[in-house]
Design a protein around this ligand. Structure first.
Ligand code: CLF
Ligand code: SF4
Length: 305
C-alpha cells in the first residue's frame, strides 16, 4: 500500500479539507490566475468608514489598498447589498465569491458583519472574502470565522514599525487618535497577530503591498520573507498611486514592480493579474460589469435625448 493511499484511508477528514481548499482556490478569481476567466466576484460597498489614514489615500474615494484610485462607490445598506447580490448572482451564476473591500476599511464598519450574515443565509455555499488594513483584525477575527469568511486580504506595506510610521499619518484605536512610532507599533503588532491567528483559524491569506519608491521599495523582500514564515498564500504588490501626502513620489514603473515581484516569488506566490477593482465591482475581474452597465445606461440616455 502506498503512503499516499495509507494517509487517505487514515485521514478522510484531512482529505475532505484538501479538496475543499482546492475547490476554494480554483474558483477564486484573485487567488488563482486560471480562475480569473471562468469565475467572478461581486463586491458589496457597505463599509464607508476607515480607522487609519494612509499617506497615499484621498478619503473621498474607495480604499486604494484594494481598489482603483479616484473611484467612489455608492454605499449600500446590508439589505440593499443582499438584494443586489441576489439579482447579480441570479443573472451571473459564474460569480462564486462575495467580497467586501470598502469603500473604507471593512472591519471599521458593523455593516460588514451584518452583510456577511445576510449573504451566508441566502448563499450558504458561496465564498466570503474580505480585505482590511488589519488594525482591528485580532479582535474581529472570531466574528469573521463564525460567519465563515474563508479568504482574507490584509494590506501589509511594511514589517518594520519605523517604515510603517512613514506610511500612516495616524490611526484611530481604542477611541484615540495615535501618531508616530506608537501608532506604527500597534499597527504592526495587530497586523502580525491578526495574520497569525487567521492562518491558524484556516483562512487563506493574501497580502496586498503598496510599492512606494523611496519609502518601502528596498523592504518588500523582507515583507515577503516574513509572510512566507507566517503561512500567507499569495502576495499582491501594487504600484503607488501618487496622491495626497505622497503626491510628490514618482510611482514605480511596470519594470520596477516586475523586478520586485520576481525577487519575492521564491518566498510567496505573486499575484500579477490584479485589476484594482472598485468597491462595487462585479463579474470577471477583467470585465467589471458594474461599468459595462453604466456605459450602457449612458448610451441609452444619449439615444433618448
Ligand atoms: Fe475582492 Fe480582494 Fe476578495 Fe478579490 S478583489 S476582496 S481578494 S474578491 Fe482581486 Fe480586485 Fe485585485 Fe482585490 S482583482 S483588487 S486582488
Ligand atoms: Fe484609505 Fe484604505 Fe488606507 Fe483607509 S485603509 S486610509 S480607506 S487606503
Amino acid at each position: 500500500m502506498s503512503d499516499e493511499k495509507n494517509t487517505k484511508e487514515c485521514c478522510p477528514e484531512s482529505d475532505e479539507r484538501d479538496s475543499d481548499f482546492t475547490r476554494l482556490i480554483s474558483e477564486h478569481p484573485c487567488y488563482d490566475k486560471n480562475a480569473q476567466h471562468k469565475f467572478g466576484r461581486i463586491h458589496l460597498p457597505v463599509a464607508p468608514d476607515c480607522n487609519v489614514q494612509c499617506k497615499f489615500c484621498v478619503r473621498e474615494f474607495d480604499c486604494v489598498n484594494e481598489s482603483r484610485p479616484g473611484v467612489t462607490s455608492k454605499v449600500l445598506t446590508p439589505q440593499e447589498a443582499l438584494e443586489k447580490a441576489k439579482d447579480v448572482i441570479k443573472e451571473h451564476p459564474f460569480i462564486k465569491v462575495v467580497g467586501i473591500a470598502g469603500p473604507g476599511d471593512p472591519l471599521a464598519n458593523d455593516e460588514t458583519f451584518e452583510t456577511f450574515e445576510l449573504i451566508k443565509k441566502e448563499f450558504p455555499d458561496i465564498t466570503l472574502c474580505m480585505s482590511t488594513n488589519g488594525l482591528v483584525l485580532p479582535e474581529k477575527l472570531p466574528e469573521l470565522v463564525r460567519l465563515g469568511v474563508s479568504t482574507l486580504t490584509v494590506t501589509v506595506n511594511a514589517v518594520d514599525p519605523e517604515i510603517i510610521e512613514k506610511i500612516y499619518s495616524y490611526i484611530i484605536y481604542d477611541g484615540k487618535v495615535l501618531k508616530g512610532i506608537e501608532a506604527a507599533k500597534i499597527m504592526h503588532r495587530n497586523q502580525m497577530d491578526g495574520i497569525k491567528a487567521a492562518v491558524e483559524a484556516g483562512l487563506v491569506l493574501k497580502i496586498n503591498t503598496v510599492l512606494i519608491p523611496t519609502i518601502n521599495d528596498d523592504h518588500i523582500i523582507d515583507i515577503a520573507k516574513k509572510m512566507k514564515e507566517m503561512g500567507v498564500y499569495i502576495m499582491n504588490v501594487m504600484p503607488l498611486i501618487s496622491q495626497a501626502e505622497f503626491a510628490h513620489i514618482t510611482p514605480p514603473t511596470a519594470q520596477e514592480r516586475a523586478a520586485v515581484q520576481k525577487e519575492c516569488e521564491p518566498y510567496v506566490t505573486q499575484m500579477r493579474h490584479c485589476r484594482q477593482c472598485r468597491a462595487d465591482a462585479y463579474g470577471l475581474i477583467g470585465e467589471d460589469m458594474s461599468q459595462v452597465s453604466e456605459k450602457r445606461r449612458k448610451l441609452i440616455n444619449i439615444k433618448k435625448t
